[in-house]
Design a protein. Structure first.
Length: 492
């Protein structure tokens, strides 16, 4: 479906993509969930232009677009469009002239591959009294807000509850707090979103908060501004609460805004929304997910070792890529490129480790997952070999540059298991790492890539590093099993 535009449009902003189709060379775009062309509101008002001049303006609102036409200072006819999904909020205020009322509509539109703030100021003056003009402006505000925030507008969809933001000032290059101040806080105000802010002051702080905060149902969601490591703390703090253990569901919805050096989940959420297009602006896109989103179900994976149980939303690794996750920490100051740079270095010094790998393919009917101490069932496949690595993910992206499981969705119930056996050469490992950036590695003949429900690694020694969501865990026998839809995450 395409939006049809009136033929008298002379200049149109932000028309780079309509329902997935580009009309110019802009590389990326937004998904317009449902095109709704029915006219909701129509009005002749004044528009405030630069230099504080105002001029007559025809405005139309449909379920999809705000369209406005006016003659600019140089007497050129203009017709502009703003997609409703890009509108973050509206404010209504009195103009300097007594009876006039200004409706300020604020959007974050895509311009040349980035989101830019745009404010459109419409002046309501045609109703004589100030109160009538005010009522009319409020009607526009309510209608616009209800399109993005549900029928109750600013208080709909649980928006009377605050979001809890957790910011890690030490994540990535230490930019998370600045990202919160510059990219999140202004939009919280513009969207009239209630929130509380927690800044971590030590590792494990987020885990403690999630484990120990009394009533989490007070919050609409817990939103992490950091890398995957902090969300891992949040998830594992939540699963240590008594209320989660009995219900097998996290007691609060999650949200993610990328602020770290490993931002796999943020990119996977963007991918889920964009449906195979590239994200426009990963930070702003994620802010829009958090502010306009609804809780969508997401699988977690229960990871069991001989000593511990962890809950994972992203990955489990042993060998090459686990080593890269951990050893590239020393390049933290580089930000996300640390993974690629260290990966190339490590492929010249390949390590191999022997293990027994067992997995339960998705194709079998069985869902029999024994405890780690018991042998696996007959539907499981077992391979005994030397491995360069075994790596699994349940999300499409494991960081901004690695599309690990191109077909993965947030709640498909699948663990994508990848292994490189000892026969794989150094040249092939480099080829694999390069293919991973485009998600083309599943086609490589020497890469084993299988959808499974559960798997187990039993290493012959405890030398190789093991990681869960990029964080180091103890080496030794380890088992992973999908827990379908155990979490929910804010997604548009
Ligand atoms: P990155 O993607 O850059 O690694 P993460 O969100 O994964 O960012 O955070 C890295 C680590 O920082 C996490 O393991 C977390 O435990 C730790 N951490 C959180 N808050 C603090 C803090 N205030 N000081 C030091 N470390 C912290
Ligand atoms: Mg991390």
């Amino acid at each position: 479906m395409k939006i049809t535009l009136n033929s008298d449009i002379q200049s149109s902003d932000n028309l780079s993509i309509i329902n997935g189709q580009h009309n110019d060379s802009e590389p990326v775009g937004i998904k317009v969930a449902a095109i709704d062309e029915s006219l909701l509101l129509h009005q002749t008002v004044d528009i405030l232009l630069a230099g504080n001049t105002d001029t007559k303006c025809e405005v139309e609102l449909t379920g999809t677009c705000l369209q406005y036409r006016y003659r600019d200072n140089r007497l050129k006819d203009k017709c502009k469009i703003i997609y409703v999904v890009d509108i973050i909020g509206c404010s209504v205020s009195d103009a300097t002239d007594e009876s006039k009322v200004v409706l300020n509509i604020i959007a974050y539109r895509i311009r040349r591959g980035r989101r830019k703030r745009k404010s459109v100021k419409l002046v309501f003056s045609g109703y004589g009294s100030r109160d009538h003009n005010y009522e009319e402006a409020i009607k526009w505000k309510r209608t616009i807000m209800s399109l993005n925030y549900g029928p109750y507008g600013i208080t709909g969809h649980g928006r009377h509850k605050p979001l809890m933001f957790i910011v890690n000032p030490k994540s990535g290059r230490g930019r998370a707090l600045k990202i919160f101040e510059d990219f999140v806080k202004p939009l919280l105000k513009e969207s009239e979103t209630l929130y509380e802010l927690q800044i971590t002051d030590h590792a494990n702080h987020a885990l403690e908060l999630m484990r120990d905060t009394d009533d989490l149902t007070r919050y609409r969601a817990v939103v992490v501004v950091s890398g995957d490591g902090l969300l891992y703390e949040v998830v594992n703090g939540l699963t240590k609460r008594m209320d989660t253990i009995t219900e097998e569901r996290l007691p609060v919805t999650l949200g993610i805004i990328p602020g770290g050096s490993g931002n796999g989940l943020a990119h996977s959420v963007n991918q889920a929304f964009l449906n195979h297009q590239k994200a426009v602006d990963s930070i702003y896109d994620c802010v829009l997910h958090v502010l306009q989103g609804h809780p969508l179900p997401m699988d977690l994976v229960r990871v069991t070792t001989e000593q511990n149980v962890y809950f994972s939303f992203l990955s489990l690794g042993w060998g090459l890529m686990a080593d890269i996750d951990i050893e590239s920490e020393r390049l933290r100051a580089l930000g996300e490129p640390r993974f690629t740079i260290y990966a190339l270095y490590r492929s010249f010094a390949l390590r191999k480790n022997r293990a027994r790998l067992s997995y339960l393919p998705t194709q079998t009917d069985s869902s029999d997952v024994p405890v780690l101490a018991e042998p696996v069932g007959k539907d499981w496949v077992t391979i005994d070999d030397q491995f360069i690595q075994i790596y699994a993910s349940y999300q499409s992206h494991i960081n901004s540059t690695a599309i690990f499981a191109p077909e993965a969705t947030l709640d498909d119930g699948i663990i994508w298991l990848l292994f490189l056996r000892s026969k794989v050469s150094r040249r092939q490992v480099i080829q694999f790492l390069l293919a991973l950036e485009k998600g083309r590695h599943p086609a490589l003949p020497y890469v084993d890539f299988v959808p499974v429900r559960a798997f187990r690694i039993e290493p012959y020694n405890n030398i190789g590093k093991m990681t869960v969501d990029g964080e180091l865990v103890e080496s030794g026998p380890i088992q992973a099993e999908v827990v379908p839809r155990m979490a929910t995450i804010l997604t548009r």
